[in-house]
Design a protein around this ligand. Structure first.
Ligand SMILES: Nc1nc2c(ncn2[C@@H]2O[C@H](COP(=O)(O)OP(=O)(O)OP(=O)(O)O)[C@@H](O)[C@H]2O)c(=O)[nH]1
Ligand SMILES: [Mg+2]
Length: 412
């Protein structure tokens, strides 16, 4: 149980609940007392962090108790009697942002870390919490501000600024725009990493998709049968393979539908395939010829003779045989290998992508306006700056002016 608040309020809670003082940052064995009847609620370990050296920046009290709902409920009720109130969603991180302990990008990383269901995702966003992405954005923003100052000077003091002084800064805006476009383009990989890789098994009816789906998952999730058209709906299940989350989907087999329900199922297959990061095409190995996709699976390897097997292997098919599970482990590896986890910084929220993309296009507008339209150029750079400010904070026009006077010594 975690509490956060101003020191005086925390003093009251500590006194009422624990009846003792706590040395900061020292785990202390305590008895939590119920203020209603003075009886004991639980014995546990309490640690007090004194602000600003705490997660939220306010005073924080952490209580480790025995986790039964009855104990926790009583402890929460006691804390409320002692002056606390239940926290809202994300309120501790929100306090941390308001107190300047975290910026918004770091706060998003906290959320993504909590949601991460693979180590790869946790590692990618963990870097953001260490300030790596904020640092990069601040760097881009500082460089942008610097370049903006000469353009602002051209607007405010046209007689004193030479066009030649502004030209290198306009070039710099172009390279900053490029850097931001590159950063924006990492969103797809970042989102894929945090939400998991979306893989769809597709192919004609009776190809063996559902059987393969079950084999890949390791349990009997979907119905399989010799009757073509067995699967109607998209069947979805998440797994973790070598540290990466994969959302695997089995789909209705493609054919000229025999009834409207099946036709709807086939339409859903097309929708799932269109949204997928990777479509694995599945065919009956006995009638397969050229592989229809980068990752194509021929089933019923167990029913093929040696010549048939080598023919398919040479053509580039992945062979699987359901009875013995032949080729399934290799297929998992092949699926994982189709999507590399990029090693650079990755944007992982739509908010980040939106702000960085807006900043990039505003810089392109500034670049296009150039020396001929310095007012438009200056306004565009400012709006690029505001877009990044929404992400990390700290941009004011005052700062542009500071940088301007520092560089040009105007009015001397
Ligand atoms: N011997 C053998 N039989 C297989 C193999 N794969 C699938 N089958 C059989 O083929 C039949 C059809 O398999 P399903 O997995 O239901 O085929 P599907 O592609 O999902 O079919 P729809 O849902 O109709 O599109 C079932 O009877 C399976 O047991 C395999 O590798 N070897
Ligand atoms: Mg099926």
């Amino acid at each position: 149980m975690r509490l956060s608040g101003p020191a005086e309020a925390m003093d009251g809670v500590v006194r009422t609940l624990l009846g003792t003082d706590l040395a900061p940052r020292r785990a202390t064995l305590v008895t939590v007392t119920d203020p209603r009847d003075g009886g004991s609620i639980d014995r546990g370990v309490a640690t007090r962090f004194v602000g600003p050296a705490s997660y939220t920046g306010d005073d924080v009290l952490e209580l480790d108790l025995h986790g039964s709902p009855a104990i926790l409920e009583a402890a929460v009720a006691a804390a409320i009697m002692a002056g606390a109130r239940p926290a809202g969603p994300g309120e501790f991180t929100r306090r941390a942002v308001l107190n300047g302990k975290l910026d918004l990008v770091e706060a998003e990383a906290v959320d993504a870390l909590i949601q991460a269901d693979s180590l790869a995702a946790a590692r990618a966003v963990g870097r953001h919490l260490e300030g790596e992405l904020s640092g990069r954005l601040n760097e881009l923003r500082a460089s942008m501000m610097d370049a903006a100052s000469s353009i602002e000077a051209l607007v405010d003091f046209p007689e004193e600024v030479d066009d030649a002084d502004v030209a290198p800064d306009l070039e710099r805006l172009a390279s900053l725009a490029l850097a931001m476009e590159e950063l924006a383009s990492t969103f797809e990989a970042g989102a894929r990493l945090t939400r998991g890789l979306h893989v769809v098994l597709a192919g004609p009816t009776n190809a063996g998709k559902s059987t393969l789906f079950n084999l890949l998952l390791g349990h009997d999730r979907a119905i399989t049968a010799p009757t073509p058209g067995t699967t109607r709906d998209v069947v979805s299940e998440s797994v973790t393979w070598s540290g990466q989350t994969v959302r695997l989907e089995d789909t209705a087999g493609r054919r000229d539908a025999v009834d409207p329900i099946e036709a709807e199922g086939i339409a859903r297959t097309a929708g799932a395939a269109a949204r997928a990061d990777l479509v694995v095409e599945v065919r009956d190995g006995r009638s397969a010829d050229e592989p229809p996709a980068a990752l194509a699976v021929a089933t019923r390897a167990d029913l093929l003779d040696e010549a048939g097997r080598s023919r398919l292997q040479e053509a580039g098919w992945h062979l699987v045989g359901a009875p013995g599970g032949e080729g399934v482990a290799e297929l998992r590896v092949a699926i994982g290998a189709q999507v590399e986890v990029p090693s650079g910084l990755l944007l992982h929220t739509a908010r980040q992508h939106d702000a960085v993309a807006r900043a990039a296009s505003a810089l392109r507008a500034a670049q296009a306006a150039g020396i001929d339209e310095p007012v438009l150029a200056a306004v565009s750079v400012r709006s690029a700056g505001r877009a990044l400010e929404e992400l990390v904070g700290g941009w004011t026009d005052e700062q542009v002016l500071d940088a301007l006077f520092e560089r040009f010594c105007i009015g001397k």
